[in-house]
Ligand binder design. Structure first.
Ligand SMILES: NC(=O)c1ccc[n+]([C@@H]2O[C@H](COP(=O)([O-])OP(=O)(O)OC[C@H]3O[C@@H](n4cnc5c(N)ncnc54)[C@H](OP(=O)(O)O)[C@@H]3O)[C@@H](O)[C@H]2O)c1
Length: 362
């Protein structure tokens, strides 16, 4: 199932928080060869290590893993000047407005897997979460046909939506899903570095507002959990009430979720639905796939971001505190944690790319 020879890929936004995680996800990748690092004109013209180093000498490498030596001396190029025809696939990790222009330039020629929101809400664009809604992927063919593109834009969701839908999809499939209330405690890395969150704002504090986030979570969850009917996605009729908060945690979004199910469900059955979810997908054995999509813990003090975010290299959503919710009809409630820059950004997007290659779509 491997693609041989390796596909030449570029990263747009390689110097940012998500972009750096792409360097880690692509180091020694069996199918993808990193051929170019794009960023803004601010970083262009320097070797990668110099591009992420401040004038003060501070190196702004934010991943836990070391900067892959093989990439440290590659030149950073102004993404707007890269020739799309030079690549087999492109990963985009740029803020939405800039991403829109760049992705529109690349997608006519080459598949673009994007962490940005630029195209997420368009009718011919699936929002892909590996193992959750990969059956939406054929919608990309409509995108190519109608836009006359050889490539496409395939976005992943907002990083808060990702962990949520990994936990909700098994419930929706087995029991039906009527309503969701979610309160997030979102990590600082989710805000990126430009401008990011200032330490003076977040130390000793919780910030109860993240612009556009609650609307994104509601809209994207309904689309991802919806069904592909012919050439369009029918969103799930699912009211989602989201409260999104920024907390003083480096990586890993924690979400307290109450879900009203379509029928009464004993907690053991809910546990089983979560644990067994996605076996067919992980059995594909894709290079970045975790061995389990969702892990359920019994310790009432877990999941915790510091302890659990790196479960299966940050690619497994971790659920805990599963119990009945007495307020919602057929209600259950739980906590779900997912790594926002691994599953929720670069490594998740890499897994999407692997799936599309596996399906012959990219
Ligand atoms: N952080 C997360 O957890 C996360 C998770 C999921 C999705 N996302 C999405 O991923 C995207 C990137 O987020 P981030 O957190 O990595 O942001 P970030 O740390 O601020 O990085 C932004 C990146 O975009 C580049 N860039 C900015 N303007 C550009 C332009 N006009 N042309 C080319 N490159 C440009 C920057 O290059 P310079 O260094 O040269 O300025 C930098 O590499 C956003 O759309 C975000 O919503 C982020």
């Amino acid at each position: 199932m491997s693609s041989s020879p390796r596909k030449k890929v570029a990263i747009l936004g390689a110097t940012g928080v998500a972009g750096q995680q792409f360097l880690v996800a692509l180091e020694n990748h069996p199918w993808f060869e990193l051929a170019a690092l794009g960023a803004s004109e601010r970083s262009a013209g320097k070797p990668y290590r110099a591009a992420i180093t401040e004038a003060s000498g501070q190196q702004r490498w934010v991943c836990e893993e070391p900067l892959p030596e093989a990439f440290a001396s590659l030149p950073v190029v102004d993404a707007a000047t890269l020739d799309p025809r030079g690549f087999d696939l492109v990963f985009s990790a740029v803020e939405s407005d800039a991403a829109r222009k760049l992705e529109e330039r690349f997608a006519p020629h080459v598949p673009v897997i994007s962490t940005s929101a630029a195209f997420r809400y368009e009718d011919d664009v699936p929002i892909l979460v590996p193992g959750v809604n990969h059956e939406h992927a054929p919608l990309l063919k409509r995108q190519q046909r109608e836009r006359g593109w050889k490539g496409f834009v395939a976005p992943i969701p907002n990083c808060t939506t990702t962990g949520l839908v990994v936990a909700l999809a098994p419930l929706a499939r087995r029991f039906g899903l009527r309503s969701v209330i979610m309160t997030s405690m979102q990590a600082l890395s989710g805000a990126g570095r430009s401008p990011g969150v200032h330490s003076m704002d977040i130390l000793d504090n919780v910030i109860p507002f993240i612009p556009k986030e609650e609307d994104k979570v509601a809209r994207e969850s309904a689309k991802i959990l919806g069904s592909l009917e012919g050439d369009r996605i029918l969103p799930l009729a699912l009211p989602v009430s989201a409260h999104c908060n920024r907390v003083n945690v480096r990586d890993g979004h924690t979400e307290c979720v109450s879900a009203g199910l379509g029928r009464p469900a004993p907690l053991d059955e809910v546990r089983d639905a979560l644990r067994s979810f996605g076996r067919d997908f992980v059995d594909l054995g894709l290079p970045s796939s975790p061995p389990e999509l969702c892990r359920v813990l019994e310790d009432p003090y877990r999941p915790q971001p510091r302890i659990d975010r790196m479960t299966n290299d940050g690619m497994t959503a971790v659920v805990g505190r599963l119990r009945e919710d007495p307020v919602l009809p057929n209600g259950v409630k739980f906590v779900v944690l997912s790594h926002n820059t691994k599953l929720g950004a670069a490594k998740g997007a890499t897994l999407v790319a692997e799936y599309l290659v596996h399906r012959g779509l990219a």
